[in-house]
Write a protein that binds this ligand. Structure first.
Ligand SMILES: [Zn+2]
Length: 289
């Protein structure tokens, strides 16, 4: 089974958002980070969870169902990051995600944002998230100092229903962007079911530079993947987590484990190895680490 598991956006592709309608906040100049808030997937990584209410999809933090969804989402986040930590071992790398906000409450936020943040291709919604982070969350340097972290990843959780029809989505930043905050938008439910831990891992891997391997690069934001590369991955690496987040044998999403693989091509783009034969063979862009 093939699963499209989320888009991958570099916001520089879009026109600069107008100031009209944007959130008015006093924001000090954000730090310039060449690879954004998430660099190589190594060392300690702080994960900031933001439970976002919009006018259409809000959280009721006293409602038993919503509390269950939030508890499950933390469980999936821990499972996903734990899986990446284990995968790192086989590349002789060490990564330790600090994501459990029951242990570190400063990694937990509740926010209100406009429905514009649900627009997966809208620059205005991206800007709104960045401005929220800049105005409300501790500076990246403070978070790094507190946890001894190399990287900071922000994960937005949206309380979407089972009728929702968009995929979770990740925003990455590069040198020269106004804001460095790299964030995943997790839509907790959709027509494909509850978002599963493999999808969380897939989105988080984007923040470190992993491209989607299920589609050719039509917008210049996916490391130069081609149709030939996608055909190759489909035939030879069909269980790659940047290709699918469903179980390869059963074709269904798992919720208690991740059965996908992290192969050399993804390892290369997240900084775990200096070379990917597949990326070279198909003429993909060099990794930025
Ligand atoms: Zn993706």
């Amino acid at each position: 089974m093939f699963a499209l598991t989320g888009c991958y956006i570099r916001p520089g592709l879009y026109d600069s958002p107008s100031s009209e309608g944007s959130v008015s906040t006093e924001v000090t100049a954000p730090p310039q980070l060449p690879h954004g808030s998430a660099d190589s997937c190594e060392g300690i990584v702080a994960v900031v969870s933001i439970y976002v209410s919009t006018p259409t999809y809000s959280w009721d933090f006293t409602d038993p169902d919503d509390k269950m969804t939030i508890s499950q989402s933390l469980g999936f986040l821990k499972l996903a990051t734990g899986w990446i930590e284990t995968e790192a071992n086989s590349w002789n790398k060490f990564v330790d995600f600090k994501c459990d906000w029951t242990v570190n409450p400063e990694l937990y936020y509740e926010a209100k944002m406009s429905d514009e943040i649900l627009n997966n291709s809208g620059a205005q919604g991206i800007e709104e998230v960045w401005q929220y982070i800049a105005a409300n969350i501790a500076p990246i340097d403070d978070i790094k100092a507190k946890f001894g972290a190399n990287s900071v990843v922000y994960v937005l959780f949206v309380n979407t229903p089972s009728t929702y029809n968009k995929n979770s989505c990740t925003i990455v930043c590069d040198e020269g962007f106004t804001y460095p905050y790299e964030f995943c938008r997790i839509y907790c439910n959709s027509i494909d079911g509850m978002e599963n831990p493999a999808s969380y891992a897939h989105e988080i891997l984007h923040t470190f530079g992993a491209p989607d391997l299920y589609k050719a690069d039509t917008f210049g934001n996916n490391c130069g993947t081609t149709d030939d590369l996608v055909t190759y991955v489909s035939a030879n690496l069909p269980n790659e987590i940047m290709y699918t987040t469903y179980d390869i044998d059963t074709g269904i999403p798992y919720y208690d484990k991740i059965s996908n693989e992290l192969t050399e091509i993804t390892a290369y783009y997240i900084g775990w190895t200096d070379k990917s034969e597949v990326a070279e063979e198909f003429g993909m862009e060099p990794a930025k680490h």
